[in-house]
Design a protein around this ligand. Structure first.
Ligand code: F6R
Length: 600
């Protein structure tokens, strides 16, 4: 959500910043801007409403500099416009900011009372003025002064023409990572902007600042205590950040699922004891046996994947488990139990609501594991242990491969906990075999894309759709509805199939199709009765299951009942993608949304 990139070094900063902004555009895309310090020491700023391409078109040919900052925005305060775009400038200072300054109104009033004319409606602009007004000689101290007056979250990058060879960056609740080059340095909110230039990175912690020059960096806390940071090497494939010939990242990432699931399973299955090994759990068998309850927290699709996880844990390990939106949990003063295992789920590892839920749990003494994709992210670092997805970077705003990889990791965790408890070796062997079959079966489903695309184009003509599923099918229905509304803007509502006649059946008519998740499990007959009730009211039914159940049936190969939901998700991803594509939407950048929600 919003992207920051910064450069200091001997090269022209502008192409590097523009390349970084293009890589970060999935984080926010309503306006973009750059500020660089030119060779004569002047501050050059260009901003444009719209996409990074609009900014590129607005840049004069001789717009160059050796130190600079860039930003791509997802508006929180003030509508998307040239003036509200970052960087914000005050005299010699320019600032880009991710996050929210909560006391911006008071700070704006104080600045105005002091005669400062504010140019924008943003909360971020106050930072530029506060830094410019500081009397500190060093830019780092001026930034520290300003941040001491601010309440809220931030990742910031600052340049000042009085210190033309210096960048200052700081983090509190919104990520900042330094990239170490050869006699040049980079900074960004996301490694996506850095991988083209360096693999050596330093993640700042909350409450940390860095002064960055071409030949190195120095980190310290907000109260000026030096900190010592060791660079880590990121292992990522640069190609993962390119669409590589696919029309959209969402489609590419749907197609990456067989490989992502292979990676999630890689080296984790044990054929001797028919269990799973998860190295980073930090939970020995005795502690695992002591777990009385599992509570899973996440937001949006991560929450629905957590709901799948809770079902897997309850079924395979027979530990009571449930999932709850982290965004709700953090505000309800939760009772934290010592023998409950809490699990935070997040693709980005930066979702603010999930991060704060983890911090609240830790503060109350809860044990929290992370199921996270982004290595070294804030949530991963905050947890007591956890499991990485290894799904590779997810660029499309709509989550696909992270969702399935999360479900696979939960199946591994459920198998691990189950085999420590009462899951039999025979059942363990059955689940191991089922997990191994998943990548090939996902590839088989992807081969039905043309058929699903034709159905999607037809369904895209409706204004609204219902998604239903029972028990294991219920999180799948929720995720299917979420995917459809996110990218196609077709209204979609998910209900447990069992709840239909308690209310939503009133909506059913020829104008409202129902997508029903109907696996061949012990609840199939119940589901068939529900479909009968819908059809009796002339509602169109689209089934996703193991058998043809009418004209509009999408089928998937059969796995084990506990793992079938993972496969049932795939046709619904393709359905959403093709409905959005048929309606001509920008699938990777759906309106009003951005990847990685680092604000409340
Ligand atoms: C939906 C989607 C969002 C995210 C949610 C949590 O396709 O992507 O609902 O799942 O914002 O994000 P992470 O997993 O990064 O915490």
């Amino acid at each position: 959500m919003c992207g920051i990139v910064a450069y200091v070094g001997p090269r022209d900063a502008v192409p590097i910043l523009m390349e970084g902004l293009t890589r970060l555009e999935y984080r926010g895309y309503d306006s973009a801007g750059l500020a660089v310090i030119g060779r004569s020491g002047d501050l050059r700023v260009r901003k444009a409403k719209g996409r990074v391409a609009d900014l590129a078109a607005a840049l004069p040919a001789r717009f160059k500099g050796r130190t600079g900052i860039g930003h791509t925005r997802w508006a929180t305060h003030g509508e998307p416009s040239d003036v509200n775009a970052h960087p914000h400038v005050s005299g010699p200072v320019a600032v880009v900011h991710n996050g929210i300054i909560e006391n911006a109104d008071e700070l704006r009033a104080e600045l105005e009372a002091d005669g400062v004319a504010l140019a924008s409606q943003t909360d971020s602009e106050v930072l530029a003025h506060l830094i410019a007004r500081s009397e500190a000689a060093e830019l780092e101290d001026a930034v520290r002064d300003a941040l001491s007056q601010v309440v809220g979250t931030y990742g910031i990058a600052v340049v000042d023409t009085r210190h033309p060879d210096t960048l200052v960056v700081a983090r509190n609740g919104s990520p900042v990572v330094l990239g170490i080059g050869e006699k040049e340095m980079f900074a960004a909110s996301d490694i996506a902007a850095l991988v083209r230039y360096t693999r050596q990175v330093v993640h700042l912690d909350d409450g940390e600042l860095a002064t960055v020059r071409a030949d190195g960096f120095r980190t310290s806390t907000l109260d000026a205590r030096a900190t010592s940071k060791k660079p880590s090497v990121i292992e990522t494939d640069e190609a993962a950040y390119d669409a590589e010939g696919y029309t959209h990242f969402m489609r590419k990432e749907i197609y990456e699922q067989p490989a992502a699931v292979e990676r999630a399973l890689g080296g984790r299955l044990d054929d001797r004891f028919h269990t799973a090994h998860l190295g980073g759990l930090n939970l020995d068998p005795r502690e695992a046996r002591g777990v009385r309850r599992v509570k899973i927290l996440g937001c949006g699709s991560a929450y629905y994947a957590g709901q799948m996880g809770a079902q897997l844990i309850e079924e395979l390990a027979r530990i009571p488990a449930d999932a709850e939106p982290a965004s709700e949990f953090r505000y309800r003063n939760p009772v934290v139990e010592p023998d409950t295992l809490y699990i935070a789920v997040s693709q980005s590892g930066e979702t603010y609501d999930t991060l704060v839920a983890v911090q609240e749990l830790r503060r109350k003494g809860g044990r929290v594991l992370g199921v996270v994709n982004a290595v070294g992210s804030a949530i991963a670092r905050e947890c007591d242990g956890g499991v990485y997805l290894h799904a590779g970077p997810e660029i499309a705003v709509a989550s696909t491969k992270a969702f399935t990889s999360t479900a696979v990791v939960f199946a591994l965790l459920a198998l691990h906990l189950g085999r420590i408890r009462d899951l039999s070796p025979a059942d363990g062997r059955r689940i191991c075999a089922g997990l191994r079959a998943l990548p090939g079966q996902i590839a088989e489903i992807l081969r039905q894309e043309d058929e699903i695309a034709a159905l999607a184009a037809d369904l895209a003509t409706y204004r609204s759709m219902l998604f239903i599923g029972r028990v294991r099918g219920w999180p799948i229905a929720r995720e299917g509805a979420q995917k459809l509304k996110e990218v196609s803007y077709v209204h979609a509502e998910a209900y447990p199939a069992s709840e239909l006649k308690h209310g939503p059946l009133a909506l059913v008519s020829p104008e409202l199709p129902t997508v029903a998740v109907v696996p061949d499990d012990e609840l199939r007959d119940k589901n068939l009765s529900t479909l009968g009730e819908i059809r009796a009211r002339r509602g169109r039914v689209i089934t996703v299951g193991h058998q043809e159940l009418g004209d509009d049936s999408l089928t998937v190969p059969k796995n084990e009942p506990e793992l079938d939901p993972i496969l049932l998700t795939i046709p619904l991803q393709l359905l959403a993608y093709h409905a959005a594509a048929a309606l001509g939407h920008d699938v990777d950048k759906p309106r009003n949304l951005a990847k990685s929600v680092t604000v409340e």
